[in-house]
Design a protein around this ligand. Structure first.
Ligand SMILES: Nc1ncnc2c1ncn2[C@@H]1O[C@H](COP(=O)(O)OP(=O)(O)OP(=O)(O)O)[C@@H](O)[C@H]1O
Length: 319
């Protein structure tokens, strides 16, 4: 049996990491992995619904054609733990749908979503609250759903109530049914519950938009604190400056596609530039349509004038 004495030296050689090793290390740091994700909605809405069309369809026993909306159409990206990922894009770009898939609410139509860790979702409407229960009762319900002990619930309940600070807005609000809350009060409770669930991954969808400036500031601070503790945050927002300030990676979605992914400043600037170009193109189109309409009016007026002249000529009068 051989052993090394203190005087013996051992040469260590740095073995270069193989691509496979690097891939494995990278994989272990991933919080979210989205591969060729497609999410489609099927609706039965008619393009131009009229009573007549509906009656004819019924008489002919025709079915309303199903329309497929490709809300997310072939999106892939990876999010390492500790990232604050900003998701930006126009109305209807597919941001909320993507977030619903990450939270597990929507199963993929095609492709794969892998989320590693405890997820807490903050959707704009605070999905999951029972409107007829008070804010306090909803907190307890949330705690029970998380499997917290009685002591944990009591401790977190106080922290959540302190954070939401509804008393400052309306005394005793925590003990009133949530259906009586304003959207801002609702957002406060939703945010306070979400961040106190101690999530590894926090999904935030415009949940802050209903809060007032003071609460937004407090919420931003709390999110940065979570991030410092290596938690992962996905933030969907139209507040470009909030995304710029908070995130360290950003993706831009457009009509269900991922247009750009990278440094928030670069992606946000490119998005703003594209918005400016789109606005310019829309203005130019409007101006061209107005010019064409004016030309048509002029042509019609000239034609009417010629007709008038011809008429007067026919009856032998001067115009
Ligand atoms: N429940 C639904 N049924 C059918 N279509 C839907 C549904 N939800 C969203 N859509 C459609 O899917 C597309 C993407 O919508 P989504 O809400 O994901 O966009 P978004 O980027 O979050 O928009 P916004 O910024 O306006 O919130 C849109 O065309 C929308 O009309």
């Amino acid at each position: 049996m051989s052993s090394l004495s203190a005087s013996e030296t051992v040469e260590t050689v740095d073995v270069p990491a193989t691509p496979k090793m690097i891939d494995k290390q990278k994989e272990s740091r991933l919080a979210i992995k989205v591969e060729d994700l497609h999410l489609y909605y099927r609706t039965k809405a008619e393009a131009n619904p009229t009573l007549k069309a509906a009656l004819i369809r019924k008489a002919k026993r025709q079915k309303v054609e199903q329309k497929v909306i490709k809300a997310v159409d072939g999106v892939s990206f990876e999010v390492p733990h500790g990232t604050v990922l900003g998701v930006i894009g126009h109305n209807g770009a597919g941001k909320s749908t993507l977030l619903r898939a990450l939270s597990g609410i929507l199963p993929p139509t095609q492709g794969r979503v892998e989320v590693r860790g405890r997820v807490s979702t903050l959707l704009a409407l605070g999905v999951g609250f029972n409107q007829n229960l008070t804010g306090r009762e909803n907190i307890i319900l949330g705690g029970l759903a998380q499997g917290w002990s009685k002591d944990q619930i009591r401790e977190k309940e106080n922290a959540i109530i302190d954070f939401a600070d509804l008393d400052m807005l309306s005394e005793g609000a925590m003990d009133r049914p949530m259906k009586t809350y304003s959207s801002g009060m609702y957002a406060r409770v939703a945010f306070a519950v979400g961040v106190h669930m101690d999530p590894d991954i926090l999904l935030v969808d415009e949940a802050l938009s209903a809060g007032d400036a003071r609460f937004k500031e407090k919420a931003t601070e709390k999110m940065l604190e979570l991030c410092e503790n290596a938690r992962t945050i996905v933030l969907v927002s139209h507040g470009l400056e909030t995304v710029r300030h908070m995130s360290n990676h950003c993706i831009w979605m457009d009509h269900g596609h991922l247009v750009q992914s990278g440094d928030p400043d670069e992606v946000i600037d490119a998005y703003i530039e594209q918005q400016r170009k789109d606005r310019e193109a829309a203005d130019a189109k409007k101006r061209a349509a107005e010019a064409a309409e004016a030309k048509e009016d002029q042509a019609l007026a000239a034609k009417a004038e010629r007709t008038k002249e011809a008429l007067h000529k026919a009856i032998g009068e001067d115009v």
